[in-house]
Design a protein around this ligand. Sequence first.
Ligand SMILES: *Cc1c(COP(=O)(O)O)cnc(C)c1O
Length: 495
Amino acid sequence: MIYTSTRNAGIQVTSAYAITKGLSDEGGLFVPSEIPDISQDEIAALGSMSYSERAFAILKKFLTDFTDDELMEAVKSAYDSGFAVPDTVQIAQLYPDCYILELFHGPTCAFKDMALQLLPHLMTISAKKCENMQGNKIAVLCATSGDTGKAALEGFRDVAGTSVTVFYPEDGVSDMQKRQMVTQEGGNVHVCAVKGNFDDCQTGVKEIFGDKELNGYLAGKSMVLSSANSINWGRLAPQIVYYISAYASLLAEGEIEAGEEINVCVPTGNFGNILAAYYAKAMGLPLNKLICASNSNNILTDFITTGVYNRNRDFHTTMSPSMDILISSNLERLEYHYHLGSNCKDLSGWHKKLNEQGCYEVNDLVKTKIAKDFYGNWCSEADTAAAIRNVFDKYGYLMDTHTAVAFRVYEKYRKETGDQTKTIIASTASPYKFCSAVYQAFGNAPDADEFITARRLEELTNTVMPEPLIKTQSLPVRFRDSVETSEMINIIKSL
Ligand SMILES: *Cc1c(COP(=O)(O)O)cnc(C)c1O
């Protein structure tokens, strides 16, 4: 399988190269040059396999430069332990047509673990395969608004040949998210607050990547920088697995028939998770609509309905912060695949325009294909809270704020279209990761101490806080640094 760049079809690299490099030099994203097929027989055969075996069978189609032993060892290390449910993921049924795919049972209680438990293994194997990487230590950098940072820390902790450094905005993450990061264990992990917002962190990290002098200095110490964010193919590929796996589970349990089409509904920020569902559909998984759910940062809803992407708008801070995002980087990959075979020279132009003017409009081909595959809608703050409360009252099921956005958008879709197709809603975080907002959705005032709020939420809903979150209460705080954006680079120099 050859990988190319969304902005230069002349680039032809292996998956190992794409994973270690992260981003192509001219700014494009790495994409598989063709999308492999999965047959109905292959899907059915997954039914009797463990999650790691399913991951092996699916990822083998994309990571063809990995040996079977390498890939099997990687997926087993990632998924056979560290998850709180026996099958790594779990499916709950709300009512006959509506399933919740719980992707948050990993060590950090958000779905980012599904990719970030595997990425470090893929990255170290890849580095061994790439000549220019051999003998180098990989310094992974990450700017985070909360979930990615913790998942990257947990994934890379004590992985030989790597270190991981996370920058988070001092006042821009939830108490629980901060606690999870500053108590991180491991010998190769670094966590640092930045005096600024998430954009400042991200800009600082981008400057570090682009700093020639620093990169030269690191090269002298046999170190190379890499990124753990969702533009990396090694983060996207593992996410394809759980859609196919969920379908195989429903099939094995007799909930659906072979070949039956289902919908998936995904709470969306950077467009990584829902793009993985698109890849699954393109491979041949019987998926009908991909329902893209946004919060009041509803730029994707507008894009899907009009074909115009316009980030010249107000940024809203919401109770689903992991979806508070105005640039959904992975859209570029979707646009690329919609043009396969008819070479799109417009693509670089669109993204140049996005950078310079904050706005671009796709052509009719892309508009038509988006309208066929996707449905987009959004959910207000009041509706998010109401969804948490109503679903709990009606079905006794407690959702986090991001999942609640998806559920509400699914309801809108059903009402608008009358489509009764069975639907999987991706549940991306434990409600206890955002427990103040969840507790508030029931009309209660949260305590200043999130652990007290969590205890009250447990009593109110007869649910329990996941073990990894409870554990952070007794762990010592290891990281207290807080720096100006301009000082971030010094942290890297001292690695
Ligand atoms: C990251 C995240 C999302 C958004 O996922 P994308 O792949 O960026 O679209 C949704 N919910 C939670 C809890 C997240 O951590």
